[in-house]
Design a protein around this ligand. Structure first.
Ligand code: DUC
Ligand code: ZN
Ligand code: ZN
Ligand code: ZN
Length: 482
């Protein structure tokens, strides 16, 4: 066998194994794993390095219109560039339906936004905000069959939220079509009520964003989402889980045998309410850099999130990259430097720092096995969204989407070294050990030692299969293939 590329002498890790092997790549896929492979046209010496499946980031926002004056800084070029430099080779951004818009039109709009730009492969999640008869009866089922097999729904935000009846209708379609539903679980009325009271009291600094979205509002919505899913008998995924209360609900459901999956994000391991401006709430606008929803909690909740990641409560670790600038146009200051938290764009960047942060604090500090790291950041998201085994592993026949890591490299995270278009990182100054040094997508080098080597538009759109984890509990087991 002759190879296009051989990665030699590295330590390969998958979600199940860590082993020394050469990786032979041919035609964009992994063609052989073993020792003493024949020469490749190109060779990479990975002695002392880790050869990992490229990250699959199952939760990013690129070039998403917000419906107000705010503007996302990253499009499908800068977003995928930042992802690739951070060791990620597949992203799943959202195609968000606006109320009154057909779902199909939303999808077409996002394909136009992506055209000619992505550096790595991508798929879309839908966001269903307007579940009309037409959407439920025709558009959504047809789109699921076309490979848009996951979608998000919101329990909060006036422009996005569904009521319980609508959620039931949408879950029912997910069940009959086999799609994965992602739930934003926060109680909208609790948040609105608290926000009004805080505003009346003049408590509008960024710190109070966290006060307006307490853990109990997340807990109640998480429990309600679980109950609605149980009623319909369909698995769901609770996204961006922030702390102990929601974790407790998810464990309760999982313990009862319900197929409830959960995702968490770097902000719930590395940020706290203090990063929103401190308990005094008078620390100025800097805290807006960390406004995201649900908000960061405290050190005790961070520990619960760590335990959930290593102990099996969470299946996914995603970035929820929501790229708003701090100073720049359309960013956190779009409504002024003293804007009440309600008027500050919601979300933080993190597509490039997701993997190095978890690798350093998890794997290098001995909290997490390397196999678990691969599972949470690559294999599970590929499975959860119907992309496995094409993505999410290093196996013969899989796409050669590979990140080669130097586990000894020490890097101080600063915004200057990142490749997004956002003008800050919430993780400024954190020192990490371990960094991806080469990123390959279908066997092509996208970036190497800090240089971008691929051309915009080379990333392919991925229609997703029906995710195995989305199968209802009550459904008959699929027929065996033999
Ligand atoms: N939910 C997200 O998933 N991302 C940004 C903001 C939000 O509420
Ligand atoms: Zn959300
Ligand atoms: Zn998000
Ligand atoms: Zn799988």
């Amino acid at each position: 066998m002759d190879f296009d590329l051989v990665i030699r002498n590295g330590t390969v890790a998958t979600a199940s194994d860590v082993f020394k092997a050469d990786v032979g790549v041919k035609g964009g896929t992994v063609a052989a794993l073993g020792s003493g492979l024949a020469a490749g046209r190109e060779e990479i010496d990975a002695e002392g390095l880790l050869v990992l499946p490229g990250g699959v980031d199952g939760h990013v926002h690129f070039d998403q219109p917000t419906g107000d004056e705010s503007v996302m800084a990253d499009d499908f070029l800068s977003g995928t560039r930042s992802a690739a430099f951070g060791g990620t080779t597949t992203v799943l951004p959202f195609a968000c339906q606006q109320k009154g818009q057909s779902l199909r039109a939303a999808v077409e709009d996002y394909h136009r936004r992506a055209a000619g730009k992505p550096l790595i492969d991508y798929a879309f999640h839908l966001i269903v905000t307007d579940p009309t008869e037409q959407v439920l009866g025709q558009e959504l089922p047809a789109l699921i069959r076309d490979g848009y097999t996951s979608f998000k729904i919101y329990m909060t935000y006036d422009a996005l939220k569904l009521n319980d009846r609508q959620i039931l209708e949408v879950l029912d379609i997910a069940r009959s079509e086999g799609a994965m539903v992602m739930m934003h679980a926060e109680n909208a009325d609790c948040i609105a009520w608290l926000t009004e009271r805080l505003e009346r009291a003049g408590q509008t600094a960024p710190f109070f964003h966290g006060v307006s979205r307490p853990r109990v509002a997340e807990r109640e919505a998480t429990h309600r989402a679980i109950s609605l899913a149980e009623l319909v008998d369909v698995p769901i995924l609770i996204v961006h889980v922030s702390g102990a209360d929601a974790v407790e609900q998810i464990r309760w459901a999982q313990g009862r045998g319900l197929r409830i999956y959960a995702e968490t994000c770097p902000q719930y391991l590395f940020l706290t309410a203090d990063d929103l401006g401190g308990a005094g709430g008078d620390a100025g606008f800097e805290g807006a850099k960390c406004i995201c929803s649900p908000p960061p909690r405290d050190a005790a909740n961070q520990r619960v999130i760590w335990d959930g990641l290593t102990g099996g409560t969470f299946q996914l670790f995603s970035s929820d990259h929501a790229p708003f600038r701090f100073d720049g146009p359309g960013g956190k200051k779009v409504n002024g430097e003293k804007a009440p938290f309600r008027c500050v764009p919601n979300g933080i960047p993190g597509v490039e720092t997701r993997l190095p942060l978890l690798f350093s604090e998890g794997v290098m500090k001995g909290r997490m096995e390397l196999t678990k790291f691969v599972e949470l950041t690559s294999t599970n998201p590929a499975c959860m969204y119907g992309l496995h085994p094409r993505k999410g592993t290093i196996a013969v026949g899989s796409d050669a989407d590979i990140a080669i890591w130097d586990p000894a490299r020490k890097v101080t995270i600063t915004n200057a070294i990142l490749h997004h278009e956002v003008d800050y990182t919430p993780y400024e100054g954190i020192e990490v050990t371990g960094w991806p040094v080469v990123t390959l997508s279908r066997g092509e080098v996208v970036c190497r030692d800090g240089a971008l080597l691929a051309s915009p538009g080379r990333g392919a759109f991925l229609p997703c299969g029906l995710p195995a984890p989305a199968r209802p509990k009550g459904a008959p087991a699929p027929a065996l293939p033999f």
